[in-house]
Structures are given as C-alpha cells and as structure tokens.
Design a protein around this ligand. Structure first.
Ligand code: 5RP
Length: 219
C-alpha cells in the first residue's frame, strides 16, 4: 500500500468525525487535501468550513464548500488536519507546509482536533522532522541566535513566505522529550509568531493509515 493510499484511507475515515450542521476547521497539506476531496461528498451536511491557509480555502471553494472567515464564526465543532510527526501522547509537530500559525489558531477554537496521518508520522521521540517556527521577518536572525544558544539544534531559514507575510526557521537536531515546555519556551522569544509544536493543544484523536487499515489512537 502506498503512502497516498494510506492518506486517502484516513481522509475517508475522518468523515465519521464531521459534525453535521456545523462549521468545521480544515487543515493544510497533502493529507488535508485528501480530506477536502472526501468532504465534498458530504458538503450539504455542513454549514461550511474555516480554512487554515489560502490553499485550503481555494480547494474547499473549488468543491463548492462555503468558507468562513474565523471572525465570522462563534465556534468550530471539529478541526481536521495532518501532521509531520506525532508521539503517542498525541503531541504533534506541524508546519511542514508553512501554515502552522493559522492551523494553531483554528485548532485552538475547535472543540476537538482529529489528526489524520499515515503510520510513518508516529514516532517515539519527536524532532527528527525539523521543528518550524514562524518569525517576524526582521527578527529572523535574532530568533535564530537565541534558539541555537538557549534551546539547541540548528535553526535554518526556509526560503518561504507564509500566508501572514512572515518567515520560517526550521530547527534541526532536536530530541523533544517535553513538548509542552518547549512549545511555551519558543513562544516566549520576542519575534516568534508561533511554533509548530501542538502540545498544549494537541490532537484529541489520531487516525493513522496503515497497510492493515486505519488505526485510532486516543489521547
Ligand atoms: C502544514 C502542515 C501539514 O499538516 C503537515 O505538513 C503534514 O502534511 P502532509 O499531510 O502533506 O504530510 O502542518 O503546515
């Protein structure tokens, strides 16, 4: 079974978590794209969606799914999105696609977070995937120096501009044993917009695509 087939399967499985007659949150990336395509089959069952990126908004709209600005909505029933890594406590690294800040905002508003991923994303200790940190452009070099001095690893500037007009530093070489503490510490550095650890608000459910079917992991 290919990785794409596993992503397809978890996207289909996530439909069960869509709360009818509500507004849902939708993430960004290749797994989220499979989910958006699956969601199109039940688009008349939901009021609409809040998107975590411009790309996701465009894909939702291409299927005729109504996209709401977050400021227009009072609540989001469920947020469905992929991840770059997860540990078995359902702490996540996200932001490989650069949408981490909007993803984290939509996840914060949502009543629950269903993460969808193929089995390669579940790891013992997170950090092999470089941890993204969105920074205000003028602060990039300052934040890089502070990270390398106070946290460790190597912070590499990605050749990328986020939907918010900011830059991303990818921290390589971390072994993340206390995700909540690291998330909080990184957010405390002046110039950091947000970081790709989703631990203080991790996933509630992880749907993992495996060659033997979709495995459900709960926090
Ligand atoms: C984008 C993300 C994605 O969810 C993450 O990168 C996983 O992507 P994919 O489903 O393509 O493997 O956080 O910012």
């Amino acid at each position: 079974m290919t990785q794409d087939e596993m992503k397809f399967d978890v996207a289909q499985a996530a439909l069960k978590y869509v709360v009818k007659n509500t507004i849902i949150g939708v993430g960004t990336g290749s797994t989220a794209n499979f989910f958006i395509d699956a969601l199109a089959t039940m688009k008349d069952d939901i009021i609409g969606a809040v998107a975590s990126s411009v790309a996701t908004a465009e894909r939702l709209e291409s299927h005729g799914i109504k996209v709401f600005d977050l400021n227009e909505v009072e609540s989001i029933s469920v947020y469905i999105d992929g991840a770059d890594e997860s540990d078995d406590g359902l702490n996540l690294i996200k932001g490989g696609g650069g949408a981490l800040t909007r993803e984290k905002i939509v996840a914060a508003v949502a009543d629950s977070f269903v993460c969808i991923a193929d089995e390669s994303k579940l790891v013992g200790v997170m950090g092999e995937f470089p941890l993204p940190v969105e920074v205000i452009p003028m602060a990039a070099n300052y934040v890089k120096r502070i990270i390398e001095k106070d946290i460790g690893g190597q912070a590499i500037l990605r050749d990328f501009t986020t939907d918010n007009g900011n830059h991303i530093l990818d921290i390589q070489g971390l072994k993340i044993t206390d995700a909540k503490a690291l998330e909080t510490k990184l957010d405390g550095i002046v110039g950091v917009v947000t970081n790709g650890l989703f631990a203080n608000r991790g996933a509630n459910v992880l749907l993992l695509g495996t060659p033997n079917g979709v495995k459900v992991v709960s926090a």
